[in-house]
Design a protein around this ligand. Structure first.
Ligand code: NAI
Ligand code: 13P
Length: 316
């Protein structure tokens, strides 16, 4: 395997986990984090590859600082999961805005860092329009612990990873309320459908929804207290305020800003996101978890297959 020098931005839970995985595969990692300080551009010297594992809030501050220091053609693997609240952009779109000279890729999938840090195995997706580059890096970065698949739908892959966080908050609320397995399965199924409406409307490929970055990540995080989005939702369901629920989670809860962004996108484009709207109502304390459940249950009845058609799937 080629030994690669990797510049890694962000040394939170995910960044530290990736650093360990890359180092244990024999790669050299040059990390930067806000806590370490210094110039983020310094870690780029001699780097073959840039990996960004910062939160969305950090990304919007960091990308402009690197606009003139990233060399043309440098592969940039974005690992953040979210949508910016003010500009409604996915992480790769932010990178493209400030650093269009980089060749962008997305890494996303069911990758709870706490499990990977215990040495447990997982799979993930490396997605890019630069398909030859993605296939090359698939071989460079895959290991016995992290099996990497490729696809050519970075837009859908990013949207899937961002949108699932809102649904995972909702799943946590359902469990916090003690609504049982039927309710949770119904919620996740309709949530997957809602993710598909947004993903399809914003240019993602429908089948990406059912891959590792969509259904895969939803299954992992909606059923695990290791997920901060799940834990946040669970505490909301138990009756905590959003601030108190967030305080129970170590690190970033990306689903909070992303839910605001999803509802703003829905308003801009006119698509239906009933679950995201209820999560937003909870975040803004305009409703209680029990009232949110009632609102979802009392919506107008409709055929299931109509929604499949909306996301561009054939209703065979
Ligand atoms: N932890 C996990 O299991 C996974 C997380 N992700 C995604 O990776 C991203 C980072 O997640 P975590 O590392 O878990 O979050 P974290 O909260 O543990 O770390 C966030 C990182 O961003 C940095 N940061 C925050 N604000 C900053 C600012 N204003 N300027 C510069 N740096 C700043 C922090 O110092 C830290 O390095 C998120 O988008 C998350 O959705 C993706 C896959 C797995
Ligand atoms: O996306 C993740 C794992 O795939 C991490 O989930 P949380 O951000 O909810 O902890």
């Amino acid at each position: 395997m080629a030994r690669t020098t990797i510049a890694l931005l962000g040394l939170g839970l995910w960044g530290q986990c990736l650093a360990r995985l890359f180092r244990s595969s024999g790669h050299q990692v040059q990390g930067w984090s806000r806590r370490l300080g210094g110039d983020p551009g310094d870690c780029l010297s001699d780097a073959d590859l840039l990996v960004s594992a910062v939160s969305m809030a950090a990304l919007t501050r960091l990308a402009p600082r690197l606009s003139h220091v990233i060399p043309p053609g440098l592969p940039l693997v974005s690992c953040s999961k979210g949508i910016t609240v003010d500009t409604l952009l996915t992480p790769l779109a932010v990178w493209r805005q400030f650093c269009p000279q980089a060749r962008g890729l997305v890494l996303s999938g069911p990758n709870l860092s706490a499990e990977l840090q215990q040495g447990l195995p997982a799979a993930t997706v490396l997605s890019s329009n630069h398909t030859a580059l993605a296939m090359e890096l698939q071989h460079v970065l895959s290991s016995r612990q992290l099996r990497i698949y490729c696809n050519d739908d970075p837009r859908g892959t990013e949207l899937a990873g961002a949108l699932k966080n809102t649904m995972v908050i909702a799943a946590g609320v359902s469990d916090g309320l003690g609504l049982g397995s039927n309710a949770k399965a119904s919620l996740l199924c309709r949530g997957l459908n809602e993710m598909g409406v947004v993903l399809g409307a914003l240019g993602g490929q429908p089948h990406t929804l059912y891959g590792l970055a969509g259904l895969g990540d939803l299954l992992a995080t909606a059923n695990s207290p290791l997920s901060r989005n799940y834990r946040f939702g669970f505490e909301l369901g138990r009756g905590k305020t959003p601030a108190a629920a967030e305080a129970c989670c170590e690190g970033t809860v990306e689903g909070i800003p992303t839910t605001h962004a999803v509802v703003a996108l829905a308003e801009r484009h006119g698509f239906s996101v009933p679950i995201a709207r209820q999560v937003l109502q909870l975040l803004e304390q305009h409703t209680t978890p029990a009232e949110s459940v009632a609102s979802l249950m009392e919506r107008n009845l409709r055929p299931e297959t109509k929604l499949a058609a909306e996301v561009g799937l054939s209703s065979q």
